[in-house]
Design a protein around this ligand. Structure first.
Ligand SMILES: *Cc1c(COP(=O)(O)O)cnc(C)c1O
Length: 219
């Protein structure tokens, strides 16, 4: 069932890449396994998927150390908001963090990289819809913030990430993120979820975050 879903999503990615004249390997699928336990995730691992996304550090600590022991080549992405008091745990467990959005987090991550002798790949989250309740740096501050992360904290930022407002056409948000990334000299774009990843691929997404289309609707 989930392995069929995975196959379907992979086919949809392939077709979208063809339609938008992109190389099939230019889009990384992040399977978002939040709320699902190890028994739900194992079939997706068995089907060959190795890149996964989670939105909570604590939930991830409860399932991924075991799964990573079974599949050492797993690559884990943190796609949910990060509190600075969880930076140590996040750096220890995750390979990539998509939600750097303020100085306090950048500073905490830089400190942990030094302390643990481990570096995570980083994306800066941009609040493209300027939604009050949503995490992310304001679009007007995004380019300067990327520079700040580089200059002040010596962090290497590899791309930008966004979650468009739920009720809006995502296209303009994807276009804005792409423009900001270009301005900041970044080539990676983390954008697109189950409902809009094909559109995101059209706007240049390099990392799509797909949960329910693979694992089924969450409770
Ligand atoms: C849950 C989540 C996703 C996946 O959402 P689906 O609609 O289930 O594909 C993607 N990105 C983030 C940041 C999420 O929290």
């Amino acid at each position: 069932m989930v392995s069929n879903n995975l196959k379907t999503v992979r086919t949809q990615i392939e077709l979208a890449c063809k339609e938008y004249e992109r190389a099939a390997d230019s889009v990384e699928l992040i399977a978002v396994s939040k709320t699902y336990d190890g028994d739900h995730i194992r079939p997706v691992l068995a089907a060959g998927q190795r890149v996964f996304g989670e939105n909570r550090v604590q939930e991830s600590e409860g399932k991924w150390p075991q799964l990573c022991a079974e599949y050492p080549d797993v690559e884990l992405h943190l796609i949910g908001p990060l509190q600075s008091n969880k930076a140590a745990e996040a750096v220890a467990l995750f390979d990539v963090i998509h939600t750097v959005d303020r100085d306090k987090i950048a500073k905490a991550l830089a400190k942990e990289f030094k302390r643990q002798g481990k570096v995570c790949r980083l994306f800066v989250q941009v609040n493209t819809g300027a939604e009050e309740q949503k995490a992310g740096i304001a679009p007007s501050e995004a380019v300067a913030f990327v520079e700040h992360c580089r200059k002040t904290h010596l962090l290497e930022i590899e791309g930008l990430m966004c979650i468009p407002p739920f009720e809006e056409n995502p296209g303009p948000h994807f276009a804005l993120l792409s423009r900001l990334a270009q301005e900041a000299g970044l080539s990676n774009l983390s954008m697109g979820m189950s409902g809009d990843f094909e559109t995101a691929i059209g706007f240049g997404a390099t990392h799509i975050r797909v949960g329910s289309a693979i694992f089924g609707a969450r409770q």
